[in-house]
Design a protein around this ligand. Structure first.
Ligand code: GLC
Length: 407
């Protein structure tokens, strides 16, 4: 059996980390299968796939197509402008895109896979346009589609040619159903993590050194937001919440993560966020570590992990990871994220975008170490029950089969 994965980035975002877990799980259960990947850029994701033994090829996207994206800040006025700009970019990128499809088609023909598993919006389309005749293409959908004006139109138009959709949460499955209609089989398959890497015990990252800060006084509670800098991950909500905490509380906060995406206007910059800390008067209480390769080590160094997405979160891998690390969590309760937790039992929850309600949760946790411990322990139990990556292959392979992958 030959599975070919297509990924529209070389960076290590949540979707890529999940794909690595799927690959590892298939590798463990079907060691004789040939796993191959095409990524559209070099980066740490590609190195990790190679380290897993996946035959990986990088076919770099032409620049206009790499920068093309409709996941930016969404207001009504923006929408119209963005659609026009996107159209212009699309037209400019038409010739290089056609050339790219030709190269990809040649590559796929030679690879002759039994199934193509695409892991992001751009490759969902490119995969369909370039696949050899008869090879099923599976769309693994990690993000809400309806939010993206152009992509939802394109996916709707192509949905009938896709063999099946894998959605990372019930909310995402419903969203895909609303955009693409009834004709396409949609399978709910929650993400999972490596419970050995993400475990309560293990190396801890020196967050202060990473953020170029001197260590805080003993007894300081460390609070962190671990996320890409995508605009909707709630960095501003997090910083505003910190500014609402009583100054005498012993805490230091960390923004862990970097700008990952090539798409235009889709993310914050560290400088922009630093300026916000100055405006809020909390610049001496917040450190910025930049991108961290070992997310588990960063989590273990935190006393409280915050998830603060201001929009409904499709899944929220950081939630499963923090639970697996036995860390107490505050979660923004919408979308897939709300499906993963039981508030009060294995996490606290706040309303998306509501910095006052987030501040209240953080404050409770800073003041109550035994609650932190109880939530962390319950989180680990949940992770062992629901987020063990060993289950992934067993759930995915029947989906490939039903899609006609193996004859
Ligand atoms: C995307 C989603 C995120 C999810 C990840 C893995 O990055 O935005 O919610 O955790 O994919 O599925």
């Amino acid at each position: 059996m030959k599975i070919l994965f297509l990924n529209p980035s070389g960076q290590l975002g949540g979707a890529e980390r999940v794909l690595l877990d799927f690959m590892a799980s298939i590798r463990a259960t079907h060691p004789a299968w040939h796993l191959e990947m095409v990524a559209t850029a070099e980066g740490p994701f590609v190195s990790r796939a190679v380290a897993l033994g996946i035959a990986t090829t990088v076919l770099p996207l032409p620049a206009p197509l790499a920068a093309f994206g409709d996941g930016g800040v969404d207001t009504e006025r923006n929408r119209v402008w963005r659609s026009l700009i996107l159209l212009a970019v699309f037209v400019r990128g038409a010739a290089p895109t056609a050339a790219y499809i030709w190269r990809l088609r040649r590559h796929l023909r030679l690879a002759a896979p039994d199934v193509i598993h695409s892991n992001g919006f751009k490759t969902h389309l490119l995969g369909l346009w370039a696949r050899p005749p008869g090879v099923p293409v599976i769309w693994h959908v990690h993000d809400f589609v309806a939010r993206r004006p152009l992509m939802s139109t394109l996916l709707r138009r192509h949905a009938r040619r896709c063999a099946a959709v894998v959605a990372n949460s019930r909310s995402v499955a419903e969203d895909v159903r609303a955009v693409c209609g009834e004709s396409i089989p949609i399978h709910l398959l929650y993400n999972a993590v490596d419970l050995e890497t993400f475990s309560p015990d293990g190396p801890m990252l020196d967050l202060d050194a990473a953020a170029r800060l001197s260590p805080p006084p003993p007894g300081t509670v460390r609070i962190g937001l671990i996320a890409t800098l995508a605009w909707w991950k709630g960095h501003t909500v997090f910083l505003q919440a910190l500014s609402l905490l009583p100054p005498e509380l012993p805490f230091r906060a960390y923004v862990v993560g970097g700008a990952l995406y090539e798409t235009q206007r889709s993310q914050h910059t560290v400088n922009g966020l630093r300026e916000l800390t100055v405006k809020l008067g909390i610049e001496d209480r917040v450190g910025f570590t930049g991108f961290v390769e070992d997310a588990a080590a960063a989590m273990r160094a935190l006393d409280i992990v915050v998830h603060a997405s201001s929009e409904p979160e499709p899944f929220g891998l950081v939630i499963a990871e923090a639970m697996a690390c036995g860390r107490p969590l505050v979660v923004s309760l919408a979308g897939g994220a709300a499906e993963l937790v039981r508030v009060g039992e294995n996490a606290l929850g706040h309303r998306p975008g509501d910095s006052a309600s987030l501040a209240q949760c953080i404050r409770v946790l800073i003041n109550d170490p035994s609650l932190r411990r109880a939530l962390g322990q319950a989180g680990r139990v949940t992770a062992e029950r629901s987020f063990d990556r060993a289950r992934l292959a067993g759930q995915l392979v029947p989906i490939y089969r039903a899609a006609g992958a193996f004859g």
